[in-house]
Design a protein around this ligand. Sequence first.
Ligand code: FES
Length: 165
Amino acid sequence: MSGSTTIDFRAVDNILEKYNYDKSYLIAMLQDVQGIYKYLPEDAMTYIGEKVDGLSPSTVYGVATFYAQFSLEPKGKYEIKVCDGTACHVRGSMPVLNAVRNKLEIKQGKLTSRDGLFSLETVSCLGACGLAPVVMINGKVYPQMTPDAISIVIDTLLKEERGEE
Ligand code: FES
């Protein structure tokens, strides 16, 4: 499902109307679009860039990439957050991160696995430093992770997906 999303342009029009096609509300417009799709589809950004006076698709794209709150790729069903704050880093979060990348074949700079099931990001602190290194998947904390442990967690999720558990 990593292909492009079909956009409901009427929904985007409604958002633009809400802000009176005023380019100074671009951030709010993008937040609303992300509220619908959970990320910013390229077609929606292009559309906004063409429809709003004073903007261009490249301006919209530039703004979207600047702010960390915006995601340019769809998130997976399972959102994996590997903590790379100081406590987690010194206790080996990078090998855990690399194990996730290798297992799910998510290349450096990519967010989502090819099947669209998993998305991966690093975060700076999950507030559970005593349990470092910590991984969070869909809000659930997995403490004291190792490459082997996270691999088993992912295998379990994959089995559940296939209805084997
Ligand atoms: S540094 Fe990872 S939970 Fe705080």
